[in-house]
Design a protein around this ligand. Sequence first.
Ligand code: DOR
Ligand code: ZN
Length: 416
Amino acid sequence: MRYLLRGGLLMGETPADILVEEGKIKKIGNVSEGADEVIDIQGRFVLPGLVDPHAHAREPGQEHKETLDSLSEAAVRGGYTHVAVMPNTSPPIDTPELVRSILRRAEGLAVHIHVIGALTKGRKGGELVEVGLMKEAGVIALSDDGDWVTDASVMFNALTYAAYFNLPIITHAEVPELAGGFAHYDPITLKYGMKFRLSLAEELAVYRDGRLAQIAEAHLHVAHVSAAETLEIIRSLKNKGVKITAEVTPHHLLFSTERIPLHDPLFRVNPPIRSEKDRLALIDALKEGIIDFVATDHAPHSLYEKEAPISEAAAGIEGLETAFSALFTHLVKTGEISLKDLVRWMATEPGHFMGVSTAIEVGKEANLVVFDQDARWVPSEKDLASAGKNNPFLGKELCGRVILTFAKGKPVYQRR
Ligand code: DOR
Ligand code: ZN
């Protein structure tokens, strides 16, 4: 099968047709050959398929929130071609057999699925998983995401094994004693008498894990950084040559306590949305390279779990379908960052982290997205393929929209 994408703008700049044959990019430039299907994309941006290193597919065990199928559909709608799924499932993905079964389940899906294995058995923070066997089964990293590994000796042990097997460990950095509530601590939330998750919880956790990684010479990756103070710690460890990387979510980049309805359970997420000062520091940290890339932390929940008083609602924000448009609207269109940077942080860099090459080049499998940079749309529930509808961008106008996604060499989403 031959597909011709005619008239696109490669990386939003260079006019080029793209010919895809038997799943691979055959030609880029002026293509005169015919094709079985010619898709006219006049003047639209052609970008590498996006890579999400942190999403929750909820399989096995919580299929009422999401399945690998619904996650895959959500991903390709948002322009993602590679997604790594977290192991805080039921049961947790803590054995090589479970890793293999998820990878097998994912073979027929539109999107490439990568698996992050649990770090400890049952995610209980005690006994380590079989690190070498997990790697052999295909995990790209290990993490007890959702919870911090409180026992420092367990974390140190994990880091030494992970260093040996050359696997990153992803830390959900929140010391639980300082993260018992649900809100950022600042004068605004204090006024409303909310229960807190302090920035210090993140700062302390990153310091401990970063120092342990330094000693073990392991690669530590910090999930969803949210606080300005944490950035100082990451910067200092990076300056010392520690192998530490970090990610930030679209919601921490775009929302702050000054900008959201504080009691709305939709915005309940761990770590919490913090102050405007934190938000601006996160954007600067991306630009400076202290934060390496963007991850959605796509965390779908069902309505009944989310539509509850904030103190009882599930924590998490859904967002694969809207992540790129939201950041394009609020950071690229405003001139804060460039399109190139956004692509680097949402494809190239997370790709490096996951061992995925994202460059659009002749000979490679076609994983790419066509983005209508001039489209305007107001996302509604029907635009979400995810089973979770807990997306804070619903009802708010966005600029730019994914209109076509090629993944695994095929067109897997086309907006008609
Ligand atoms: O808010 C969150 N929800 N943070 C996490 O780390 C886990 C996630 C989930 O699994 O729902
Ligand atoms: Zn997560």
